[in-house]
Design a binder for this molecule. Structure first.
Ligand SMILES: [Zn+2]
Length: 310
């Protein structure tokens, strides 16, 4: 499998969820082994912020990257779109401190990547292959990452909010571009009405509204259009998870099991993985029967669990 970039640039503008500012992102092609790099085009000298775990400076309610005090917030949906669509290298120019929230999902980013197309570069893609389990936990919340017998990435994600409307939901699937596009990208950001005042008092969610988030009241959602999937919430958690894991800078061959995780725990897992010498190795080729390292299973029903259990 070769590394990739996009064929040509695309731009999109909109309000940002937490700052409430209008910003524009322009995603441009870039060369092999450059990874994803954010550039704050509104700041003198256009500082560069590599989209890497080592650049993460905050994980409350969104993932924020920063270098030398220059930050870019809420990168996770765009990062998930680039990772899920298989874009290894790109430059992301943004003219403000936060990526636009758009409709709260990653569907617009994904469609734009589809529109411009993806091209292969000469260098081989370097995967992180998990060799021994890596675990992070806090109370009953956890993420376990195991070696994959099938030499693929798979994800099993469960949530339980102990809320009458949103209790247990789960998502379990091998991960591929098809699964990502079909099952994950349309799932929107969500929040509880009871938290909205607290968020706004803390200067967050200034750009939030029913056009870019599912808002959950006492026993129903406030959005008149309803949900896009009965289990849209866990699917969005998977989207966020992908965006955070994308900051490892490499595709992962491993089996993730996440329970009630969030941006902070996702980040902790990535940090622990990178420090876990001997628990993973880099690989550019498959180790199983000499075949492709990335096993995509088209046509396999992706979605296993997930009923809303009130
Ligand atoms: Zn999100």
């Amino acid at each position: 499998m070769k590394q990739t970039t996009i064929n040509k640039s695309f731009s999109i503008s909109g309000i940002a969820l937490h700052s409430g500012l209008d910003t524009t992102v322009t995603v441009k092609p870039s060369g092999e082994d450059t990874g994803i790099v954010f550039i704050r085009s509104d700041i003198a000298g256009s500082p560069h912020i590599p989209a890497l775990t080592s650049s993460v400076v905050a994980t409350s309610y969104a993932t924020t990257l920063g270098v030398d005090g220059v930050t870019v917030a809420t990168v996770e949906h765009l990062m998930a779109a680039l990772y899920g669509m298989g874009v290894d290298n790109a430059v992301v120019m943004v003219n403000g401190p936060e990526i636009p929230i758009l409709d709260g999902s990653a569907v617009a980013f994904t469609e734009l990547i589809d529109d411009v197309g993806i091209r292969k570069l000469d260098a081989a893609r370097k995967y992180i292959v998990i060799k021994k389990p890596i675990k992070v936990s806090e109370g009953d919340k956890h993420i376990y990452l195991y070696p994959s017998e099938n030499m693929e990435m798979s994800i099993d994600y469960r949530i339980d909010f102990a809320h009458p409307f949103l209790a247990k939901q789960s998502f379990s699937s091998p991960f591929s571009k098809d699964v990502f596009r079909r099952e994950v990208v349309r799932a929107r950001t969500f929040g509880f009405l009871k938290d909205v005042e607290m968020l706004k008092a803390n200067g967050l969610a200034r750009g939030g509204g029913l056009n870019n988030a599912v808002v959950i009241g006492d026993d129903d959602i406030l959005n008149e259009e309803g949900l896009r999937f009965p289990d849209e919430f866990v699917r969005h958690k998977v989207l966020d998870f992908m965006g955070d894991i994308a900051l490892l800078g490499h595709h992962i061959i491993g089996r993730f099991e996440a329970y009630r995780s969030g941006h902070n725990m996702n980040h902790r897992l990535a940090v622990k993985l990178l420090k876990s010498q001997g628990r993973f190795e880099f690989s550019t080729t498959g180790r199983k029967k000499g075949g492709s390292v990335y096993v995509v299973k088209p046509g396999v029903p992706a979605y296993v669990g997930g009923a809303v259990t009130a």
